[in-house]
Write a new protein. Structure first.
Length: 158
């Protein structure tokens, strides 16, 4: 919905105001919801910190925050050879999640949509999940905090 409505609104504003600066921005309308953009940028920063560059893959992505009807599903990655990959994050989750919870879900979906990773339900000896790419369908415990974030990101990008 947002994807189709937004360019129309911008287009209309440009006509009314007649601003050239506005037209410049219009040349590359973002296909990523603005609330998701900081997390996409972080993903890019973390990839580059590890000598990786996914800017091409990320440029082709679309991303939205919307209602996902499936119970317990916080995010989705739709991928296809014929269309851009699309990341979707559930709006109710987004409204109540902490910064790290948002990062976790966005990075998980980018793990699918950008890194092409499948689920990984390996667990550590203490029962915690070994990977951000855990499916949520097993009993491994999810812990993602400021002290273990780096090692989870190392695992994600390795
Ligand atoms: Zn997944």
């Amino acid at each position: 919905m947002q994807r189709t409505i937004r360019p129309l609104i911008y287009g209309t504003l440009c006509c009314w105001l007649g601003l050239s600066a506005c037209e410049k921005e219009q040349a590359e309308p973002s296909k990523v919801d603005e609330d998701l953009q900081p997390y996409f940028e972080r993903f890019d920063v973390e990839a580059r910190a590890r000598g990786l560059d996914f800017s091409l893959e990320m440029e082709e992505l679309e991303a939205d925050i919307l209602g996902i009807d499936q119970d317990g599903v916080l995010g989705q990655c739709h991928y296809s050879d014929q269309a851009p990959n699309i990341v979707e994050v559930d709006d109710q989750f987004w409204a109540r999640a902490t910064d790290l919870e948002k990062e976790y879900v966005v990075f998980h979906e980018l793990g699918h949509c950008v890194l092409g990773k499948d689920h990984n339900d390996d667990r550590n000896t203490d029962g915690t999940c070994s990977s951000i790419m855990q499916s949520g369908l097993t009993s491994c415990r999810v812990t993602y905090n400021s002290s273990n974030r780096e090692s989870y990101l190392d695992e994600l990008f390795e």
